[in-house]
Design a protein around this ligand. Structure first.
Ligand SMILES: *Cc1c(COP(=O)(O)O)cnc(C)c1O
Length: 399
């Protein structure tokens, strides 16, 4: 059955993804099933999207209820689930205001526009440049792509949007040297996800915050991958004793439903006024109902701490032990909470494929970094099983 569907997939869909020859049809919790009935343990979780696991009952019920009440109305009217979601996000973050959109890239577009508009409103001279980091990933639309610090994503699409500069991640001096009177914002992922789970050095974000304060720049953090409990706190910036001016969210925000958000302080958000920015579907009732159920579940007593912080440490310890056993295969284990990378001395793709054959879905990024972004509901025995399988694969494929 898979074969026929896969042939049709190739026939009718643009060839933008290197897909595994599997059609996933059903999911519950940590598990997904293919159309021919094979069961998989899912350590990809839609790449940090399915934070509560597949088809979490609270999200499903919230969607069912909302679908019967109201699917869509224009943002020309007040929308109840949108208001509730904004309040939840504001009450649990540095921010005072939210803007909703439909994806990560769109959240970055909104943040970039807001940063430029804020500079236009507050400074007499032209101040529009945004500095981001090498190795970063901010999305595929033109603004987000221009902010992205990896050439491979940009090839063939030039010319990009002017006004973006890039500096090495974790290099405060390079950043300092690149700031000019035209700089309006610094845009960073707290932990670089797509770039290979690259961690910030301990004081980096604090020093970046200082540079921003000194030069009146906005600090924009892309928390699309690191947000929604993934690192053991609701937002990753909370680990670093700083407050950003703007953050972007998407991925886990809707618990599996498409939604993005820009959060900002009042001072910054007030640069958006009626007509300056908009999105037809942004903050639509259905997506907001799913996101509201997702955050309420995440915020329940101990959920993020237990399931993410504790399980993250358990997972990292097991991978550290694996690294000791396979020093010629594993270069590094890094991450925070349940955003974990295992850097290999060789390409990750064959390992991903071997795992898939053994019924486990994992992801590889930057060529040789296995990336684990499981649902935050993962438990010890599932982690044990993955690590056992990895051990077996490394034993069978020593080099
Ligand atoms: C996935 C991702 C994006 C892009 O999100 P889309 O929803 O795919 O547009 C942007 N930034 C980061 C850090 C991401 O991980």
């Amino acid at each position: 059955m898979d074969k026929k569907l896969i042939d049709e997939s190739k026939k009718y869909l643009m060839n933008t993804y290197n897909r595994f020859p599997v059609v996933l049809r059903k999911g519950r919790g940590m598990k997904v099933w293919s159309s021919d009935g094979k069961e998989y343990l899912d350590f990809v979780g839609g790449i940090a999207v399915n934070c509560l696991g597949h088809c979490h009952p609270r999200v499903v019920i919230a969607l069912q209820k909302q679908a019967q009440r109201l699917l869509h109305v224009s943002n020309l009217y007040h929308i109840e689930p949108q208001i509730k979601l904004a309040r939840l996000l504001v009450e649990n973050s540095f921010a005072d205001k939210a803007f909703f959109c439909n994806s990560g890239a769109e959240a970055i577009e909104g943040a970039v526009k807001l940063a430029r508009k804020y500079a236009r409103d507050h400074f007499p001279h032209s101040k529009f440049e945004i500095i981001s980091a090498h190795g970063s990933f901010h999305g595929r639309t033109f603004g987000a792509l221009s902010a992205t610090g990896q050439e491979k994503f940009k090839e063939g699409f030039e010319p990009l949007v002017p006004g973006f500069k890039h500096v090495p991640f974790n290099d405060v001096e390079a950043l300092r040297k690149t700031v000019t009177e035209h700089t309006c914002a610094i845009l960073l992922e707290p932990i670089q996800g797509e770039g290979g789970i690259r961690m910030p050095s301990p004081d980096y974000l604090k020093q970046v915050r200082e540079i921003c304060d000194e030069h009146k720049l906005l600090l924009v953090l892309d928390e699309i991958q690191t947000g929604m409990g993934r690192t053991g706190k609701l937002f990753a910036y909370e680990h670093f004793d700083i407050k950003p001016d703007i953050i972007t969210l998407a991925k886990g925000l809707g618990g599996g439903v498409a939604i993005g958000a820009v959060l900002a302080t009042d001072a910054v958000a007030s640069s958006f006024q009626p007509g300056t920015h908009a999105s037809t579907f942004g903050g639509n009732p259905l997506a907001c109902a799913a996101a509201e159920a997702t955050i309420e579940t995440l915020l329940e007593d101990g959920f993020i701490l237990n399931s993410c912080s504790f399980m993250g440490k358990y997972f990292m310890n097991k991978l550290e032990k694996l690294k000791k056993d396979f020093p010629s295969t594993i270069i590094d284990v890094r991450g925070m909470g349940l955003l974990i990378g295992l850097e290999l001395t060789r390409a990750g793709a064959p390992v991903v494929e071997a795992c898939s054959k053994r019924g486990i879905l994992i992801n590889c990024t930057s060529g040789n970094v296995l990336r684990f972004t499981p649902p935050l509901i993962v438990v010890e025995k599932e982690i044990d099983h993955l690590v056992d399988v990895l051990e077996d694969i490394f034993e069978r494929q020593p080099e």
